[in-house]
Each structure stands twice: as C-alpha cells, then as structure tokens.
Design a protein around this ligand. Structure first.
Ligand code: TXA
Ligand code: MG
Length: 327
C-alpha cells in the first residue's frame, strides 16, 4: 500500500498521539539537535527490525538507544563511574556512550552485540516524546542507508516519505552532525568511534586520560568488528573530491563543478559555496549536510571540498567529508 508520511508540529496533542504510535511498535521520525532520527521502541525486537527495513540498513549495523533521564541509563546499559562522569558533563547532548547492554535491549537493536550505544538528546520535543512513550527509543539517522543524514523534517520526507508514516518537525538540527561516539566498555581505555560536536579534548579533560581513535580494520565490512566504521557513508550521489588547499583559479577553470569551502571571502562565483560566512566551524557543521544535498541536486559533475584544518569540530567535519568522498 503506497502512502506518504505526515509531518506533525510538536503540539501536546500530536506528541501524545506519536508516543502512542511508538508504544504500538510503529516508527516515528524525530528531530534531534544532531540530525533527525528514525525512532522505535528500543525494547521491542519487532519495532527495531522495522527500522532496519525502512532504512534498507544492514542488520549488522547497531542502533543508538535514546533516553530522557539518567534514571533510564541502568535500564538499558551497565554504566561505570567514567560513563557517569561523561554523562554528567555532556548530557543531555551530542555524546553517545557504548557500554555493556542489559536484557531490556534486544539483540535486534544492537546487531547481536553484547554492548549498546546510549545517548540522552537535548532536543526538547524529542525528550518530551521519549518521556511520553515511556520507553527508550532506538534511532539511527532518518535517511536511506548510506545517504547524507537529514537535518530537517523536509530531508526526512524526501528520503523516507514513502516508508515512514509519521515525521515530527522540530526545526533544523542545531548541531547538524551526528553525535560523538565513545566506547567505554573498558573505562581505562576509552576509544573514540566517531568524532562529533563533543570534542576529543573535552572528553580527555573530563576523563583525565587519552581518548584514542578507533582504527578501522582495512576493508572492514562487518559491524561486529568495528561498528560505526563503515567507510562509505553520508555520501551524495555526485563524486566528492577532497583537497588540503584549493587554488584561487581552480573554480573558474571548471565551472560545471562545485567548489566548497568553510569560507573563502576572496572567492565569489556561481559554483563557489561556503559552509559559514564567518568561517565558524560550528556553523559549518550545522550546514554541511544541507549544502551537500543542495549541491547533489544542483547537477554539478563533481563536488570539490577544502578540508578544514585542526582538532575539535574540524575533526568531525573532516570525518564526514572523508566518508562522503569514499568510493
Ligand atoms: O547523533 C546521532 O547519534 C544520531 C541521532 C539520531 O541520535 N544517530 C545516529 O545513528 O547517527 P546512526 O545509526 O546513523 O549511527 C549510529 C552509529 C552506527 O554507525 C553504529 O555502528 C554505532 O553507532 N553503534 C551503535 N551501537 C554500537 C555498539 N554497540 N558498539 C559500537 N558502535 C555502535
Ligand atoms: Mg547514519
């Protein structure tokens, strides 16, 4: 039966309705401060399987479980003191912790892993919805598998409008890049699985130990080995080419290709784009996915991007750009 998704504003009545759909095991696309998510009851194996089916996501790629308060944490995961330190410092917010899971979370949510990725989001509508649903909500980004993550309700509609019935519109995502993921199963050796708006330096300040980056095994396909490390991800259809530095004349020599900078005030042209007019990396993170979508739809032969330099947000932006460029 073909259908089109309905988009809801976050009125109390709509939130109560959507919470009831979630309790019945249905899918609801939800706004978060990072990217839009495709949510379902994380304690229901059948509901979690519906997420994989709607996204066309391989069953080997585990989901993130979202909670509304610290009281929920022990229901879904086995926390350690270091996890609680990070939770106190960064929750609600763009940080996901990987910990041993409890029995409440079915293997269908975690791709059969004995661990679970947990996050307490800060978006007020999503938090209200979790509270009303009364269950933790599993939610990956609300895009067809492998495509650029959605940062507006409209993006969700464009990608999944024929596969999801309900979309809650909470405005554009404030951060725009997926959460930072830290593996804390061994609290003495925290591992950064995915860089995000909560930076490695911030994590190290709170934990007092080095946070190393996960090393993706060469050619890794199996989520069992290194979940979240799928090379090709977040990819537009148009080929993306990365540059350490783009020369001033490059864009005028190739007018049918797009040239994307964090900002380059000296350059102007119909095929030149900036992520942030002031060169602010937070602004760049907020706009990256929307701009990649726009350039993908504009019919350019290729998208050239100058990589931002440095740590923190630059690390997160560089990670998403490298994945967008991976073939
Ligand atoms: O900001 C976010 O994290 C967004 C919003 C919706 O919360 N969610 C998100 O989910 O980005 P997704 O599914 O696109 O990415 C989740 C990543 C996956 O790459 C997955 O492999 C990793 O988290 N992950 C989930 N469970 C894991 C586990 N038990 N161990 C290691 N990695 C895990
Ligand atoms: Mg995703």
């Amino acid at each position: 039966m073909p259908f089109r998704a309905r988009t809801y504003r976050g009125t109390p009545r709509n939130l109560a309705f959507l919470a009831a759909r979630l309790r019945k095991g249905e899918l609801v696309a939800v706004p978060t401060e990072t990217v839009y998510g495709l949510a379902a009851d994380a304690t229901s194996a059948a509901a979690c399987r519906r997420i994989f089916a709607a996204k066309g996501r391989p069953r080997t790629d585990p989901l993130i479980v979202h909670i509304a308060s610290l009281g929920y944490l022990a229901r879904v995961a086995v926390p350690n003191p270091e996890a609680l330190k990070l939770a106190k410092a960064f929750w609600p917010g763009a940080l996901t912790l990987v910990l041993p899971k409890t029995k409440a979370i079915p293997g269908d949510a975690t791709a059969g892993l004995p661990s679970v990725a947990v996050r307490m989001p800060s978006h007020p509508l999503f938090r209200k919805l979790i509270r009303l649903a009364g269950v933790p909500l599993a939610a990956p980004s609300a895009n067809p598998f492998g495509y650029v993550s959605p940062t507006t309700a409209r993006h969700v509609e464009q990608g999944l409008g024929s596969r999801v019935r309900h979309i809650l519109d909470g405005g554009p995502s404030r951060i725009g890049l997926e959460s930072t993921i830290v593996d804390l199963r061994d609290p003495r050796r925290p591992v950064l699985l995915r860089p995000g708006a909560v930076t490695r330096a911030q994590l190290e300040r709170v934990l007092g130990v080095r946070v190393r980056a996960a090393v993706a095994p060469a050619g890794a396909k199996s989520a069992q080995v290194a979940p979240g490390q799928l090379e090709r991800h977040y990819s537009p259809k148009t080929p993306v080419q990365l540059h350490a530095r783009i020369s001033a004349g490059a864009a005028s020599r190739k007018p049918d290709e797009a040239w994307l900078f964090v900002a380059r005030p000296a350059l102007k042209g119909a095929n030149i784009f900036w992520l942030d007019p002031k060169g602010n990396l937070k602004g760049a993170g907020r706009r990256l996915f929307a701009i990649l979508r726009k350039l993908d739809d504009a019919g350019f032969q290729r998208i050239h991007v100058e990589l931002p330099k440095g740590a923190g947000m630059a690390e997160a932006l560089g990670d998403r750009l490298r994945r967008a460029a991976a073939r």
